[in-house]
Write a protein that binds this ligand. Structure first.
Ligand SMILES: *Cc1c(COP(=O)(O)O)cnc(C)c1O
Length: 454
């Protein structure tokens, strides 16, 4: 029949601990204070991070316990289902077995609440009353709005302007949860005003929005900040994805040869794949890990490994990671969540060490795979997620050519129900392949700071 098969865990199977990727990739470079180029002190991190998150960020312990209050909320949508994509396999005529772990069942439609819930929780414990964050496509803002509502807090979100215009309903979701959403660059902050003075039509970028959120947090002692991706603690929270997936592969009586995730800041990819890396190191079970990123923002495939800021105005500490430069402005592709100039240091390190591969994919080939997926599996993927779908389809087609039956697992990081404007453009044949100009790439790379001490 080629029917879809679902591997559903029980509530008891929600993990009790988060896995810390820093334990699996020893010798991670320290985060640096930009003023002194010395490793950042706990107190510096504590300016914008509750103590528990500082501890997690700097720790190399293998695991952190998930607080009961957080696990309680996880129960609303976790464990998330894993499916075998039998209809997709059939449509591709591939001998490969394709599985996907579906995070779109979360209340806001993507994996982001996995980290928004604990970050809001720890901020509440620390006595903060309000969260201020930036958001690209609106997924992180929605997740924070959701978590803030559940913990009786308020939130304020700076949303990258181009996404704010492309995805008006994301803003409405945030408002429904009681959160205020402002397009960035805005005239509310010095960072926003400086960018607008340079270019009144600036489309916004995650780096600019992050500067705005940080300035707003620094200006108000009762506000906390929360990070949507990239940092070690965020990747750890997302490890619930991979931990569940390992149990579900067990239910399927199978094991992946290839694990694929889309890569923006790197957190869903890390969350799905690093638990498999841990398995590999512990049991020797071989697995290929693949990061799928857009050609328009090719952080892993064309970035440099260097210390750089995470925001445009140089308000963050320095992280050693693949970067396109903190002043890099990616073309306005629809995969808003993948338009990040740098990536999780853990993911960067895995790629640097040859433990993970990276591929860069074009927007139209991703939408094509996304539509094929929708028609065979009945879920419209988020534009970001179509990158993982495309990479999985390419691997499955390679299996067909080579006549080998590999097992492929990919992360379906969210549904695309709020991204219909992008699909509409695709169906109308108006979706372009935004190629990245050599000048944009070069000027981004030129903004990577030169550090004498490292
Ligand atoms: C935010 C987002 C991403 C990218 O974020 P990562 O930190 O790279 O995982 C991917 N897919 C969806 C649906 C998202 O919302």
């Amino acid at each position: 029949m080629g029917e879809q098969i679902k591997f559903q865990l029980r509530e008891d199977d929600i993990p009790w601990t988060w896995q810390n990727g820093a334990a699996d990739l020893p010798g991670m470079a320290p985060i640096l204070d930009p003023a002194t180029a010395a490793p950042l002190k706990r107190d510096d991190l504590a300016r914008t991070m509750p103590q528990q998150l500082v501890d997690q960020e700097l720790s190399t312990a293998p695991e952190f316990e998930i607080p009961e209050a957080v696990r309680e909320i996880y129960r609303q949508w976790r464990p998330t289902p894993m499916f075998r994509a039998r209809r997709l396999e059939k449509a591709l005529g591939t001998p490969a077995r394709i599985y996907y772990k579906y995070e779109g069942v979360a209340p806001t439609g993507s994996f982001k609440p996995n980290s928004a819930v604990p970050q809001v929780y720890y901020n509440k414990l620390a006595g903060r009353q309000r969260l201020v964050v930036e958001t690209g496509a609106g997924q992180w803002g929605s997740a924070i709005a959701f978590a803030a509502a559940l913990f009786d807090m308020t939130a304020k979100v700076y949303m990258v302007k181009v996404s704010y215009q492309q995805k008006p309903y994301r803003r409405s979701i945030m408002e429904a949860f009681g959160t205020e959403c402002t397009p960035s660059p805005s005239s509310e902050t010095a960072a926003g005003r400086a960018v607008l003075a340079e270019n009144p039509d600036h489309p916004g970028s995650l780096g600019v929005a992050k500067s705005e959120a940080l300035q707003a947090v620094f200006a108000d002692g009762s506000s906390g900040y929360a990070r949507g991706s990239a940092l070690n603690h965020v990747c750890a929270h997302q490890s619930v994805i991979g931990q569940e997936a390992i149990k579900q592969m067990d239910l399927a009586d199978d094991y992946p040869d290839i694990v694929i995730g889309c890569a923006g800041g790197g957190s869903n990819l890390a969350g799905l794949s690093l638990p498999f890396l841990r398995e590999k190191q512990r049991t020797g079970k071989d697995v290929r890990l693949i990061a799928a990123e857009p050609v328009a923002c090719p952080t892993l495939t064309q970035g440099r490994i260097a210390y750089d800021y995470a925001d445009t105005r140089q308000l963050t500490p320095l992280f050693r990671t693949h970067t396109l430069g903190h002043r890099f402005i990616p073309p306005a592709v629809h995969a808003g969540g993948l338009r990040a100039h740098n990536i999780a240091p853990l993911v960067s390190r895995a790629v640097e060490d040859g433990l993970m591969e990276a591929v860069a994919l074009r927007q139209t080939e991703c939408f094509q795979a996304g539509v094929m997926f929708a028609r065979s599996e009945g879920i419209v993927p988020a534009p970001e997620s179509t990158h993982a779908v495309r990479a999985a389809v390419d691997e499955a087609l390679r299996c067909r050519e080579e006549g080998v039956a590999k097992t492929i697992l990919f992360g379906l990081s969210g549904h695309g129900n709020f991204d219909m404007a992008a699909y509409e453009q695709y169906f109308a044949g108006r979706l372009r392949d935004d190629t990245l100009s050599a000048e944009a790439l070069a000027s981004g790379l030129a903004s990577i700071p030169q550090l004498a001490a490292v």
